[in-house]
Design a protein. Structure first.
Length: 137
């Protein structure tokens, strides 16, 4: 009997969608996998996994995800179900909704922050519009 390798499951959260430096996307990104942004996105990012915005990464739009690690710039609302990390070189201009927040010395944050420290309970972001896309999960 021949040994066969099983097919790789690309739906794993170990999969990473990458946007490299020098690349710009205009439009929304929706994914179920991890995302790393080292380029520029003008639009909203939505994923049920983790998002990393690298040092040279820039997001002009809203971010909705499970976890986020930010070292670059964001102009928009951040809605993070789990842990949000703002690294020392991050620059955030917008409101934050999260359950856990870690801010390193040197990070810049201009906006409001709403936290639900009840651990494990789902959050909902308050929106000024009737658009259901702005709610967190």
């Amino acid at each position: 009997m021949l040994n066969r390798k099983e097919k790789t499951n690309f739906e794993s959260t170990d999969s990473v969608n990458r946007l490299v430096e020098g690349t710009k996307i205009i439009g929304d990104i929706i994914s179920e996998s991890n995302i790393r942004i080292d380029g520029e996105v003008e639009g909203n990012i939505t994923t049920s996994a983790k998002v990393v915005i690298g040092e040279n990464g820039c997001l002009k739009g809203n971010l909705t995800c499970q976890e986020a690690d930010i070292e670059g710039r964001i102009e928009g609302k951040l809605m993070v179900e789990g842990l949000l990390i703002l690294r020392d070189r991050s620059n955030i201009q917008g409101d934050i909704y999260t359950n856990k927040l870690h801010i390193e010395e040197g990070a810049i944050f201009l906006g409001a922050c709403k936290m639900n420290g009840a651990g494990g309970h789902k959050m909902s972001a308050v929106s000024n519009s009737d658009d259901s896309e702005n709610s967190l999960y």
